[in-house]
Design a protein. Structure first.
Length: 31
């Protein structure tokens, strides 16, 4: 699904938060 309200950066950030956080829980806390 593509949300026109989101910019590419926002969409990328959402994907990173969704995919990376559960895989690397320490990565989010380090940011």
């Amino acid at each position: 699904d593509h949300h026109p309200e989101l910019t590419k950066e926002q969409a990328t950030k959402r994907v990173e938060d969704f995919m990376w956080t559960p895989t690397y829980p320490k990565l989010r806390s380090s940011r």
